[in-house]
Design a protein around this ligand. Structure first.
Ligand SMILES: Nc1ncnc2c1ncn2[C@@H]1O[C@H](COP(=O)(O)OP(=O)(O)OP(=O)(O)O)[C@@H](O)[C@H]1O
Ligand SMILES: [Mg+2]
Length: 409
């Protein structure tokens, strides 16, 4: 996605970032920047108001069924002339200082929602409030928000220093102050000494860090990040997740983080919203969403879709509802072993064994119908032992409390 707007004060940045290994130094620099000039919207007493940082009320986004509309997913495609509903009515409150993730599959409306908060898209219906102020009609540069996009939006003809300083220049921040803030921002992302380079002379990871510095230097109250780690390899990504979370905690800026990676959302977020087909299926802490998924969709998207439905649920759990069971809660035992009274149990046959190093996944065909995935740590099991289990008859047991009822949504 390209940012089309380049007005004052709101450079929208595309970031690919590498780990900031010296966390202490990074954070102290960032804290120094923020402490030097607190965000304008902090009240005169220094305390943050209790209103949510972001509030979406009945937000709908329908795109015209025009040339662009052709790239819509099937669910969203309306009849000819009707347009496509990308966001189908969202109510959401994001608290001040929260690390909030929007998680969902491709095409579920995450980026569209983020762009409406930033002001790059106008909702078809509903209101958007930032710190209590209705900003629905305001252009991006009048919102105390910055965006970091997945792909680059650095100005290629400008140096790194000029890129980071851009928003401050447009806002006519005095030179001395500007230089100090740019220097601090670059130190924070560990790019001191790169001021005079141009984006074309940087690695992808370094360009991402410039983009992050360019957003943070403006000290927005809300930072929007759209899959900023998407292009990094797994190891860098995991390191950067921890660093980003550390930076966020240190500066206290509200981060709204879009990802389709459930692990990333669970690792980083204070709370997350699970998107599906333009709607939010569940909002909660990572533990809420993982341990108490509200719907079948959430159970499958945030974790493994281990469902007991219909006749299988009746035979195993004794209920007609739909249940999910997390794979790590299930024990593999001998078919003759007797389960405890507080346990649910099912007989089956190991159909497939997937050896993953630290643990192994067993796909078990149940005698009562259906399948369950069982995850076992390889505490004392070698890969050979694990793999030889294929075809074996087993009894699965798990605590009754781990039968999680889910709605069929
Ligand atoms: N400008 C547009 N015109 C028409 N349809 C659009 C436009 N932007 C997005 N859409 C459609 O709206 C739906 C939601 O798109 P969106 O980009 O918000 O999804 P997403 O959750 O960010 O997906 P991804 O994970 O692939 O980035 C999709 O069906 C998409 O094709
Ligand atoms: Mg997107």
């Amino acid at each position: 996605m390209r940012c089309t707007w380049s007005g004052p004060g709101e450079p929208t940045n595309h970031v690919r970032t590498v780990p900031l290994t010296d966390g202490t130094r990074t954070r102290s620099h960032l804290a120094a920047i923020t402490a030097a000039q607190p965000a304008a919207a902090v009240s005169s007493t220094g305390s943050r108001p209790a209103v949510p940082a972001v509030r979406l009320a009945g937000v709908v986004k329908q795109f015209g069924n025009d040339e662009q509309g052709r790239r819509v997913t099937k669910f969203a495609a309306g009849r000819a002339g009707e347009g496509i509903v990308a966001v189908a009515g969202i109510d959401l409150e994001i608290l001040d200082g929260e690390f909030f993730s929007m998680l969902g599959p491709s095409g579920s409306g995450k980026t569209t929602t983020l762009r409406m908060i930033a002001g790059f898209e106008r909702p078809t219906a509903g209101r958007i409030l930032l710190h209590g102020q209705d900003v629905t009609e305001l252009p991006p540069f009048e919102r105390d928000v910055n965006t970091v996009f997945q792909d680059y939006a650095l100005f290629p003809h400008m140096t790194v220093g000029e890129n980071v300083a851009y928003g401050l220049m447009v806002r006519k921040v005095p030179r001395a102050d500007r230089d100090a803030r740019v220097g601090e921002a670059l130190r924070m992302v560990r790019l001191e000494g790169y001021e005079r380079r141009r984006p074309g002379q940087l690695s992808g990871g370094q360009r991402q860090r410039v983009a992050l510095a360019r957003a943070l230097v403006n000290r927005p109250r809300v930072l929007l990040l759209d899959e900023p780690l998407g292009a990094l390899d797994l190891k860098l990504r995991e390191e950067m997740q921890i660093e980003l979370k550390g930076i966020q905690q240190e500066v206290g800026i509200t981060f709204i983080y879009v990802t389709h990676d459930q692990q990333e959302a669970l690792t980083m977020s204070d709370r997350l919203a699970v998107f599906n087909r333009g709607r939010i299926e569940q909002v909660g802490t990572p533990a809420d969403v993982y341990e108490r998924p509200a719907t079948r969709f959430v159970a499958g998207f945030v974790g493994t879709s281990n469902l007991l439905t219909g006749g299988t649920a009746r035979a195993i759990v004794g209920s007609d509802r739909t249940f999910t069971v997390r794979p790590e809660k299930i024990r593999l035992t001998d078919p003759d072993s007797a389960p405890h009274p507080d346990e649910t149990s099912a007989l089956g046959t190991i159909r497939e064994v997937i050896y993953l190093g630290p643990d192994t996944r067993y796909i078990v065909s149940l005698d009562a119908g259906g399948e369950l995935v069982v995850a076992q740590q390889n505490l004392a099991t070698s890969s050979m032992e694990a793999l030889s289990a294929k075809g074996r008859a087993v009894r699965l047991t798990w605590k009754r409390q781990h039968n999680l009822p889910v709605a069929d949504g």
